[in-house]
Design a protein around this ligand. Sequence first.
Ligand SMILES: NC(=O)c1ccc[n+]([C@@H]2O[C@H](COP(=O)([O-])OP(=O)(O)OC[C@H]3O[C@@H](n4cnc5c(N)ncnc54)[C@H](OP(=O)(O)O)[C@@H]3O)[C@@H](O)[C@H]2O)c1
Length: 254
Amino acid sequence: MNQKDRIALVTGAAKRIGRVIAMSLAKRGCHIVLHYNSSVGSAFATAEELKSYGVKVLPIQADLRRPEQIEAMIEQAVTHFGGLDILVNSAASFVRADLQSMTLDVWNEILAVNLTAPMLCIKYAAPVLLRQESGVVINICDLYSELPTPPMLAHGVAKAGLLNLTRALALELAPRVRVNAVIPGVVLPPDDASAEYLARTADKNLIKQWGNPDQVAQAVLFLIENDFMVGEALHVDGGESLAWRLRHVIRDPA
Ligand SMILES: NC(=O)c1ccc[n+]([C@@H]2O[C@H](COP(=O)([O-])OP(=O)(O)OC[C@H]3O[C@@H](n4cnc5c(N)ncnc54)[C@H](OP(=O)(O)O)[C@@H]3O)[C@@H](O)[C@H]2O)c1
C-alpha cells in the first residue's frame, strides 16, 4: 500500500515509539489521527511537527481502558477524514508484577490496555477498513509475546494474546485487510534507566546494542508497503530472540 494521502490512526502517538511511527507515516504523506491519553502537551507538539510535512492531523484523547472512548475515537476519526486505511496499535501500559505481587486491578488494567483495546480498535475500525479497497493493521507486540517472563506476567500474557490476535484477525479479515505485527526488542529505555541497566540489557542481543524507534517505524512501513505480508510478526530485536542458541552452538557445534 502506498501511504500518500492515506489516513492512519496511531495509538499512543504523543511521544516515544508511537510518535516516531506517526512521523514516519507523515513523511510518506499519510494524514494522521494522533491518539493520546494523558500527554496533552506532547500530543499537540507532535501534531505541529506532523503538520510540517504537509499532512492533516487530528489529535484525539481517549483512555483505552474505556471501550466507549475507543468506539468514539474511531467514529470521530472516520467522520473527520471520511475513512481510515491504516491502524497502528502502539499504546501500551507497562507494569512489572509477578504472581506474588499481582493485584486484580493491575492485571485488569494491563489486559485492558495491551490486549482488549487493540482488539476493540480493530473491531470498530474493521467495517470501515473492509469497505475500502484495502486496509492495514499493525500491532506492536514485544519479545514477551513469545518469551514468558515471570516479573512481566500480565504484560507478557497480554502481548502473547496480541500476537495471537494478529494471526487470528489476519485470517478473519483477509483478503481486504492485512493484519501484521512488529516485535521490538530493546529500542527505547525508560527515562530513568541506569547505565548499568542499559549495558546489561544490550548485552542480551547479538549485536550488543540498543535499537531505536526509527528501526521499529521502518518495520511498520515495510509491513504497510508490502502487500504480500499477512499475519506476519517481524522481529526488530538485534537477534535477541535467537541469542539463546549461542549457548547450544558453543556447547554442541555439531
Ligand atoms: N520501549 C521499548 O523498548 C519497547 C520494547 C518492546 C516493545 N515495545 C512496545 O512498543 C510500543 C511503544 O512503546 P513505548 O515504550 O513508546 O510505550 P510507552 O511509552 O510505555 O507507552 C506509549 C503510550 O501508551 C499510552 N497509554 C498508556 N496507557 C494508556 C491508556 N490507559 N489509554 C490510552 N493510552 C495509554 C500512553 O499515552 P499518554 O502518554 O498520552 O498517556 C503512552 O505515551 C508498546 O506497545 C510497547 O509495548 C516497546
